[in-house]
Structure formats: C-alpha cells, structure tokens
Design a protein around this ligand. Structure first.
Ligand code: F6P
Length: 338
C-alpha cells in the first residue's frame, strides 16, 4: 500500500493487442483527470518507459476511441525491459518523470513485467487484463476476449456455408496460446461438431471414429475448432510415427483416413482486430475506473478483474501462478449440443 496520494499516472499497453484496450486507456485517463491527477501514455509498452517515449493524455486525447480496436499507445514486446538493466532504466525514467502509478494493460507476460519492475521502483503498479486469450487467473473475463469470440464465430459461420455446400470437414484453428478459452467459446457459439483444447488430451483415432459416425447419421459437414495450443504442443499421427504441428497436416491426415474432403483454416490475427464488442467496452471501462480508484486507495501489485459479477483486485503473482481452468460444464454443453 502506498502512503501518499498519487499525483501523476502512466499507462501502457503491452504484448498482443486486444480490442477494448483503447476503452481501458480512455477510462483510466478520464477517471484520473477527474481526480485531479495528470496522465501520460507510454508508447509501445515497456519500450516507451525504457526510452522515455510518451505523450501527455488529456480528455480530448482519448475522445472517439472507445469503439476502436488496436491501441492508440501501440504495443510491443520489449527485449531490453526483460533484462534487470532495462528495468533499472525504466525505473529511473519513471522517477524522473514523477510517475506515481503505472497502469499496465496486457496479458500474463506484461503483468509479470509489472511485478518485476517493482523490484527496481517503489511506485505503484496496477494491471488490467488485456488479452484475447482469457487465460489470466482471478478474473472471469479479459478485455478483448468477447470480441475475439464474435470475430471467430462470424468467420466460422461463413466457413460452415461452404463446408455444407461441399460436404467437407473443416479444421478451424483459433488463437489462445496454450489455453482453450477462445476455442471452447467459439465452438459453442458456432455449433462446432468438435472442439480440441490443450487442457484436455485427445486421440486422433477416436476423433476420426466420431467424424465417421456423424457422417453416417447424414451430417453434411463437420467443423472442428482447434485451439492453436493443441497443434503447438503436437498431435501424434495415426501410425504414431510423427508428431503433427500444423492444422493443414492434421486435415490431410484426417482426409487420408476418412476419404472425406478436409481443409484447414487458420483464423490468425483477425481475431485480435476490429471494433470491440459491447461487453469488452463495458469491461474495459469498468476496470479502468476501478483501477484508478484502487490506486487512490494505495493499492499496488494487483490486477483489477471481475469474478462472479463482482470487481476484484487479484495479487499480480496469482494471475499466472496456476493455470486458469476451463469450465467443465461448458465442455459438457459443447459435447451435448454438437
Ligand atoms: O496473446 C495473444 C495472442 O494473439 C495469442 O493468442 C497468440 O498466440 C499470440 O498472441 C500471437 O502473437 P504474435 O502477434 O506475436 O504472433
């Protein structure tokens, strides 16, 4: 807990950008200004702190951005900041600029950086969960997750049309790093026949059996949503001779075995862009205001999140200490409805 009222705050967005980051910047800026604090925004995440690349933020600087994807402060992964010398430099700059509180909007790497910075700097750090992956523990949702779901679901609706027309199997690879939150949400939202997530083991042989059974019941097409973490980890080929690390290869293996036309679609970075969904705007706005109010109460080394419809402050280290678990009931729903 800090013992004196902050006067100046800094904001940065770091790591993979997420729709809603701008809404969070706006909420932090406007709440802080209303409380009489001055606000600066660092460009390109920690790189802006290390190299003193920043801008003053005023009410008007954040006008008309609540609806925009990306981040007006840009984002990056800064190699220099990962070294103790880089963090020392960042800490010196924060002291020189008179920053009392640093708000870090990003995923687990960015929040780890925030806590590491505290070993060099005695200001306050408050994290906001900004990642489409929804993989930070302690918060039910992260800023950007809802938009990524919508983007992927709409894309897969289109894939479904052509899959039906050609009676094909489609593997659709979605993002999420080593977590399956995007895949599971999207799978339910688009009525996928199968969802493969890194949190659960799966066997290619039984997947193929299920595809063949479903074809036998007269289903025209089959959508398999694959979390990228599944292919990054690798899938054993049917003869167990090789490990497949690529969705297109996996589609070929399925085609070889079933004789059914199969294709792979990798949705990629479209999931990170676009106008934020209303839920992401709401979450980002709420957490931005809440984070500033927490800072004024002297809080530090915490992430502002939401759990069971209640705002919460989670110690930074707890947001990555354990793997956030997928909801078993959601998996059950997907299996039941597929
Ligand atoms: O963490 C967000 C994310 O989009 C992940 O889902 C994905 O694995 C990664 O970032 C991609 O990173 P990059 O944009 O550096 O390729």
């Amino acid at each position: 807990m800090a013992d004196r009222r902050p006067r100046k705050v800094g904001i940065l967005t770091s790591g993979g950008d997420a729709p809603g980051m701008n809404a969070a910047i706006r909420a932090i800026t406007r709440t802080a200004l209303k409380e009489g604090l001055s606000v600066i925004g660092f460009y390109r995440g920690y790189e802006g702190v290390v190299n003193k690349h920043y801008t003053e933020l005023e009410r008007k600087s954040v006008a008309n951005i609540v609806q925009r994807g990306g981040t007006i402060l840009r984002s990056a992964r800064c190699a220099e900041f990962m070294t103790p010398a880089g963090r020392d430099k960042a800490a010196d700059n924060l002291r020189e600029l008179g920053v009392d509180v640093l708000f870090v909007i990003g995923g687990d790497g960015s929040l780890k950086g925030a806590l590491a910075l505290r070993e060099h700097w005695d200001g306050q750090v408050i994290g906001l969960p900004g990642t489409i992956d929804n993989d930070l523990d302690g918060t039910d949702y992260t800023i950007g997750y809802f938009t990524a779901l919508d983007t992927a679901v709409h894309a897969i609706d289109k894939v479904r049309d052509t899959a039906d027309a050609f009676e094909r199997i489609f593997l659709v690879e979605v993002m999420g790093r080593m977590a399956g939150f995007i895949a599971l949400g999207v799978g339910i939202g688009c009525g996928a026949e199968e969802v493969l997530v890194p949190e659960r083991d799966f066997e290619l042989r039984s997947l193929i059996n299920r595809i063949q059974d479903s074809r036998a019941t007269g289903k025209l097409s089959c959508i398999i949503v694959v979390a990228e973490g599944v292919v990054h980890r690798g899938v054993k080929s049917l003869d167990e001779r090789i490990t497949i690390h690529d969705s297109s290869m996996l589609a070929k293996e399925i085609q070889r075995e079933t004789g059914l036309d199969s294709r792979a679609v990798i949705l990629g970075h479209i999931q990170r862009g676009g106008n934020p969904a209303a839920l992401d705007r709401m979450l980002a706005s709420m957490l931005g205001t809440y984070a500033v109010e927490a800072a004024l109460k002297g809080e530090t080394d915490v992430m502002a999140g939401i759990h069971a419809q209640k705002r919460c402050l989670v110690p930074l280290a707890e947001t990555w200490a354990e793997r956030k678990s997928l909801d078993d009931f959601m998996l059950h729903v997907q299996h039941t409805l597929a």
